[in-house]
Design a protein around this ligand. Structure first.
Ligand SMILES: [Cu+2]
Length: 251
């Protein structure tokens, strides 16, 4: 029910969706919260500005009419504050319920992973460690790439986010995903892509002079394309026994 409510706003007020695909399972939920806030804040903004200018013109200086001092202390005057105040609080309830629901689903809840990728930020590049054909991360057939992340559509991924130096932020705009990377910690989150394509990854935390160029690309592939990519890039391809060295950095 909450999701339908949020999707109604996401569909009718496509603020973010106008310029940006929604390519994860939770993207439209987040768009819905943003649209809901936009609509409620916009309604009160237009109404209050309307009343404000109406009063300015209604009570503008007129010849022969003395200005009156209005302290706003009588019950009839206080109503102009208390009634809208109550109505705004009711609007807040809708925003809080929607926002907490989305936050819980995206950040608190961790659905079981089908695949896991390691995401490592450093000044000023991203390293992505993909599982190889064995489906396991931190094994000999891992595929490590710089500024290039390959995922399969419809597969639920966990990401293990790390930083080698300062604060970074793993941001995938088409997923509506943002997560700070904190040195010394491995932060686990999840996403599931819903459409294929190639999109931006960016760093969303000022992390030094090269912050602005700390961009990467995410390649969301169909199962067949992803398997083909994996077989081409796995360091253990055409090798009878797996090498003991850690995954080499391709590219
Ligand atoms: Cu950064």
């Amino acid at each position: 029910m909450i999701q339908n409510f949020l999707h109604f706003f996401a569909d009718h007020f496509p603020l973010t969706g106008l310029h940006l695909d929604a390519a994860s399972t939770f993207a439209r939920d987040i768009d819905g919260v943003i649209a809901l806030i936009f609509v409620l804040v916009g309604f009160w903004f237009i109404l209050s500005e309307g009343v404000f200018f109406w009063l300015i013109f209604k009570f503008k200086a007129k010849d022969g009419v003395k200005a009156q001092y209005v302290a706003g202390e009588t019950q009839s005057e206080k109503r102009w504050i208390t009634w809208p105040h109550m109505a705004v609080l009711v609007c807040d309830v809708f925003i809080i319920v929607g926002a907490v629901w989305v936050w819980y689903n995206v950040k608190q809840n961790l659905p079981p992973a089908q695949q896991t990728v390691r995401v490592i930020g450093q000044q000023w590049a991203w390293t992505f460690v993909h599982p190889g054909p064995d489906g396991q991360i931190d094994s000999a057939d891992d595929i490590a790439l710089v500024d290039e992340l390959h995922v399969q559509k419809g597969v639920l991924y966990h990401y293990k986010l790390e930083s080698r130096d300062v604060l970074h932020d793993f941001s995938v705009p088409v997923f509506r995903l943002k997560q700070d990377a904190i040195p010394g910690r491995i932060i686990t989150g999840w996403f599931e892509a819903t459409q294929t394509g190639e999109y931006d990854i960016q760093c969303a935390e000022i992390c030094g002079i090269g912050h602005g160029i700390m961009g990467a690309r995410i390649h969301i592939e169909s199962a067949a394309d992803h398997a083909a990519w994996m077989s081409q890039h796995s360091p253990t391809r055409n090798v009878a026994s797996a090498p003991s060295s850690p995954a080499s950095v391709a590219r």
